[in-house]
Write a protein that binds this ligand. Sequence first.
Ligand code: BES
Ligand code: ZN
Length: 621
Amino acid sequence: MCVSSATIDLSTQANIDEIKTTHVHLNWNVDFENQNLHGNVVLDLQTLVDNVDKVVLDTSYLDIKAVHFGDQVLKHQVAERYASLGSALTIQVPTVEKAGTNFQIKIDYATTENCTAVQFLKPEQTLGGKHPYLFSQSEPIHGRAMIPCQDSPSVKVTYSASVRSHLPVVMSALQTGVDEDADKEVGFKTYHFSQKTSIPSYLIAIAVGNLVGQEIGPRSTVWCEPEMIEQAAWEFSDTESFVATGEDLLTPYEWGRYDLLVLPPSFPYGGMENPCLTFVTPTLLAGDKSAVNVIAHEISHSWMGNLVTTNAWKHYWLNEGWTVFIERKILGRLYGEATRQFEALSGLKSLQESVDLFGKDSLKTVLNPDLRNGADPDDFFSKVPYEKGFNFLYHIEKVVGGPSIFEPYMKAYVQRFASTSISTEDWKAFLFEYMEKTHGAEMVKKLNTIDFDTWINKPGMPPVDPEFDTSLADACYDLAKRWDEARHSDDLSFSAKDIENFSAGQKIVFLEKLTDSEPLPHHLVQKMDELYNFTSNHNADLRLRWQQVCLMTSYEPIYPEVVKFITEQGRMKFVRPLYRLLHQAKNGAQLAVDTYLEHKSFYHPIAAQLIEKDIGLVKSL
Ligand code: BES
Ligand code: ZN
């Protein structure tokens, strides 16, 4: 049963309306042998109401050993798991009479083998093959599988950590020192960290492995295993220009450092905006900087998400929609408006795909989805908050009169809400307040022409056609049309020259366009590959699109390539659609299941859970 009466965030069981955490201190031992983190967490708490006699925290598959209050041991109880929300930990505290009282508790605990937040890798799962590795991924609600805490984005804390390990440790914070171990056990050190800007629990992150760093800018170091450090430093050498452009668009960069960590291939996302240290997938190492929009995206979270944070997963678009909007502003400033429009167009296509996948009436296509009854926010992950959110902001920008009006508002928005957590209603109230104060009643009239209710609460595609400029996409569309028509004619005029001048992005848009029409006959697929060499292309986004085109027509020569791609990396953006399509393709269902079962331990636990739903091993919502 859900024990909390908290209303803002339906994804926590903590009593966040009675008490808040102000600081978290972690004392961890990294134990590769037992594949866990163990030690304790010290929580600084403050009561919000009178007469508080319990602290309820979120946990998930944690082994809670003892709770201390000074030298007193407190009674505690771990409830049964409730839906997707984990087990509430209820701690009896001596009644705190006055609201605003501060006190501290210490919880001794360890993570367990069911932990969904931390993936432990064996040496053979790393590039170097000699040392184990671990990394965490807490967004949206896996923080509770690593730390007993108020695991809600509405609660913001500073944190510090002391982590004992025999391999280098990095965290989403600034490193404040390293101690040789007092007991002189060979090779163990204690790494100290401090995050002084308050953040939600989902941004507390750690990675441990054979890590080396190389400087790539005045405030940036890229970290990874030594085997790929050169390539990573090259690929991400434009990082500083993105951060500087973000500062220009918004406010001074808050976090001191902007470092990057390139993870092993099972990392389930493209990037994760852990403060001070963005985590990225090694599939960004395309060799041509074609995937750096992910870096621009994660940098944009330094303001949208990390400074101004959604207060519940229902309002997740405030993190992701805003971030995509800023990401594209940065790309537009650095590479021109045509590039921004091209990205937006391609984003719209991916939104259409999500809407088609879920169905246009599906609640999963609503900007503010309903997450009642312990719904799993991971199940709602899609392009909807990203691209519907982006389109919403793009539309508002147009209606109010363009960047000269909207860009100053973006700055004011960040200044107004920095270090707080907000809802869509808070966002909307400030939009109206700012526009009225700065531009008067006429501007409010303009805003009122927008159908906010449909944008926010109705399913399906956005209510307005954005009419993005297609200048960079037209050549892709034309070529796709020629191939589409070739099925009825005997067009032999195709040649390698067709795509000679295409950017990686344009090749992808060409392939995306092909997936819109009827599956191509096999002889055309074969011919296309002979001319354009898509199968041997190493750009991961292109591989995804090409393999999709092939799978949609059950082109069996591609199956071994698909198996290779979905077992050498575990980024969900790539593996999930490919598993789904392989499973649906002729003679593909068994191959999909066998491939998954054979490689199950390679995947991150979150990815594994979702793939199982995708290929029907587990029932989905
Ligand atoms: N914050 C997300 C990743 C995330 C989302 C983790 C939901 C857990 C739950 C990150 O900023 C992101 O959006 N990554 C994208 C990058 C892309 C949109 C440029 C990704 O992983 O593909
Ligand atoms: Zn994001």
